[in-house]
Design a protein around this ligand. Structure first.
Ligand code: HPA
Length: 260
């Protein structure tokens, strides 16, 4: 199975795939429950980041188990969705941002597969954290579907689960951040360490703290998500279909010595 979807906030339903079955995958970090379905001739793994009932907060997601499980299933490419707040006035509610860089402001999460000892020590190259080949496919497909989208952007990852203060948002904007969320790190880090191609479709569900007239309430974010949901689903499937079979990127070459 070469492809996987990690569904973030609002993306819980694997029904866009056919012939769905449940799988449990054992990993050194615990068991992972996921679905496997079929899209055209391909098997696709579908994993919900926060659980199907959205009960796992961003700082408690078992990121290492999730990525290990996908690697163990033979997955090569991961397409992740993420709800984000926007710090950039050109990135508006409902826009899709194909982030190319991140700024890491998490502080208490397992960061790596390489903890020394038996797991080894490895410094992974992060020049291109998000797979450029997947990002360019996403850009082409989004243009064809006339989706409001941005071909790059800097994702600021905060620890959460609280939202940011307006002062933090002003500081992140000065540092070059475009969107803010709570989950891309360490998910992209672990995927990259494992040699998986990984790309994020960041969907702007709100303007970040201090840039919006209203206080940040999850319900409003979900409303934007719901409205964009159908577009997001067909976009995901179109991207999966259009990814060239051959991987022409450095994602595998820069992987660490992970033995799954
Ligand atoms: N901040 C952090 N995470 C988020 C936001 C936000 O404004 N919106 C959606 N996820």
């Amino acid at each position: 199975m070469r492809l996987a979807i990690i569904g973030g906030t609002g993306v819980y339903d694997p029904k866009m795939l056919g012939n769905i079955r449940e799988e449990k995958v054992a990993t050194p970090y615990g068991e992972v429950g996921l679905r496997v379905g079929r899209y055209q001739s391909e098997e696709v793994a579908f994993l919900t980041r926060h659980g199907e009932d959205h009960s796992v907060p961003p700082h408690r997601v078992n990121y290492r188990a999730n990525i290990w499980a996908l690697k163990k299933l033979g997955v090569e490419r991961v397409l992740a969705t993420a709800a984000v707040g926007s710090l950039n006035p050109t990135m508006q509610l409902g826009d899709f941002v194909f982030v190319d860089q991140f700024l890491d402001f998490t502080r208490a999460r397992p960061l790596t597969f390489f903890e020394g000892g038996e797991t080894g020590l490895y410094h992974t190259d992060f020049t291109e954290p998000y797979c450029p080949q997947m990002r360019s496919t996403m850009t082409v497909v989004a243009a064809e579907m006339a989706l409001p989208s941005h071909p790059d952007g800097v994702y600021v990852c905060t620890e959460g689960p609280r939202f940011e203060t307006p002062a933090e948002i002003r500081a992140f904007a000065r540092l070059g951040g475009d969107v803010v969320g709570m989950t891309s790190v360490p998910e992209v880090v672990l995927a990259h360490e494992a040699g998986l191609c990984y790309a994020t479709i960041a969907l702007v569900t709100n303007m970040a703290a201090g840039l919006s007239q209203t206080v940040l309430v999850g319900e409003e974010h979900r409303a934007v998500m719901l409205e964009a949901g159908e577009k997001l689903k067909s976009f995901l499937l179109n991207v999966l279909q259009r990814l060239p079979v051959e991987r022409r990127c450095n994602c595998l070459a820069t992987a660490g010595p992970l033995r799954v």
